[in-house]
Design a protein around this ligand. Structure first.
Ligand SMILES: [Zn+2]
Length: 114
């Protein structure tokens, strides 16, 4: 499962960071997740809890900030939200907008440490 391996690497990363700071406790991991990242939010949250169980990370939270899709319309020359995730067209002029500006990201933005 895709989300499980992502959760494992995130927890590993946070545990390493905590160890480097002198075995502090991580309360939360903040993650930015784009709507087109290909990661299922609920599956990731579930995997996170499974991975944390029985580790020093147990009881910590994964806080996901969902990033909507933003595309660039070459005709209107603006950045806009597309019609839908399956229909990347400009809502104003209906030009296909293959240039995705935001929405593919998956990055840890912060760790909350005790
Ligand atoms: Zn347009």
């Amino acid at each position: 499962m895709h989300e499980l391996s992502i959760a494992i690497s995130m927890v590993d990363m946070a545990a390493e960071e905590a160890a480097q700071r002198g075995d502090v406790k991580v309360n939360a991991i903040y993650l930015k997740l784009g709507a087109m990242s290909g990661v299922v939010k609920d599956a990731l949250l579930f995997s996170y809890d499974v991975v944390c169980e029985g580790t020093p990370m147990e009881g910590s939270r994964l806080v996901i900030e969902e990033v909507p899709i933003i595309v660039f319309c070459p005709k209107c020359e603006i950045e806009t939200a597309p019609v839908s995730i399956n229909n990347l067209c400009c809502p104003t002029c209906e030009t296909p907008t293959p240039q995705v500006v935001r929405g593919r990201e998956m990055e840890v933005t912060a760790l909350e440490i005790e």
